[in-house]
Ligand binder design. Sequence first.
Ligand code: C2O
Ligand code: CU
Ligand code: CU
Length: 512
Amino acid sequence: MKRRNFLMNITAAIGGLVATKAIAKIDHNNMHNMVCDINSDECQKGDGTHQHMNMNNNQMPQKLLPTSALPQGMDLPTLTNLKNDSNQKGFFEATLHLKPTKIALTPNLITEFWTYNGMTPGPKIEVFEEDHVKITVKNELTQPTTVHWHGLLIPSDQDGNPQNEIPAGGSRTYEFTIPKGTAGTYWYHPHGHNTVAEQVYRGLAGTFIVRSKHDPLTSIPEQNWFFSDLKLTDKGQIADNSMVDWMNGREGQFVLINGSYRPKIKIDSATRIRVWNACSGRYLNLSIPNCDVYLVGTDGGLLAKPYLLTKPLLLTPAERAELVIMPKQTGTVYLQSIGYDRNKMGNVPPEQDLILGELVLTKSDPITLPNTLNQLPNMGPAVAHKLLEYTEVMDMKQPHGGMLFLINGKRHDMSRIDLKSKIHDIEEWTIFNNSHMDHNFHIHGAQFIVQTHELNGKKTQPDYIALKDTINLRPHEKLTIKIQQNLPGLRMYHCHIIEHETLGMMGQLMVE
Ligand code: C2O
Ligand code: CU
Ligand code: CU
């Protein structure tokens, strides 16, 4: 059969479906064929070429820059700190300018990014618990934006909700105090209405570290690994999202660490590493060979005690981790992301291991980590329960391939309150991924503790107790978490595959 005709037939069939029922639940098998055919003339089941993944919304193939065009193996850059303009103790005052910025990735490859203060990743913000933070944001883009302080426990009206946009050309000042006991590894990124995916893939995201004056690991040297994803056209410009990007979450041909492609990272003693997955849609399944790797912290701060990792560390978009790495051998090894099948839609090539960088290790004496790192909140019995259900549906009247990603059957609506919580109540939430692909769950304003995972009728407990604001769900997985919101106001929750969030896989919680 000519594939063009096949495409027509399927489109007609879907059209019929849509006519009788505006929104149809997806048949995953059909979906595979359909996505494949919408995307490409070349597409056949089992055809493993990359060609058909790179289509823009007009169904024209996107030509991408070959990965050989960027230099590799440069020393890992250190992140630049955002300068504190205040010399008052306990006060952090600074300005962030959002603007288009031309950056030379090589002497003859100039790419226009959107940046905070001319750099991507944005400048690193470092403060202490209880510091007062005042950051003025000047929006020199041609579209509105907000700055969301991902993971921080700060008032809702300072947290960059889509309802509080800074217009193009406008500015605003965010002001908040960092609560005591919230030292951890956070980040900031835009959270406007319908614009988050583009603003993030054009380069807007930065790190935010909150330190404690009583950090038990303070004597260990520290590195920051900020992972981001970059998709460049053959002209070296940032590519638009393809339909496949909208469906599965964007993945570019380059994964960067601190803005550098496959850098060389030297580790010559026990080192504490803060890791961010700031990719739009890419799952990282980190493998760090020839080292003892201890997980010591997660999204919201240190674990109660160190946890020796025995398998790769899965970090889904927006998750963070703190590791202590102790090299056991001298030599150079690859830092890799081990192929992880997240059940993408369409006929995409199988997941493969991906080289992220080069680790130059020097064997060093292991150090003894403290047995106790942190006192995690002891959440009592839940006094309220909530249930969220993720689904995927198809509606051909919608843009970007017609995919709708829903929570409790609904798409994000800025004027609708989906859930209400009483301030300080301990709640148990059940999140059910009733769909065929992995999605993660993120909520603003609180750090939660995962209680149980349930998959294929089997209930399991997490391997360690941790403060999380983002957590993955396998297809058909049911997750229970305990959560407490301690500030009033409106909070977003959503899948942090940023394309899904932007397409409306988001809800709104009112805390009163
Ligand atoms: Cu990074 Cu609504 O979040
Ligand atoms: Cu957030
Ligand atoms: Cu998702």
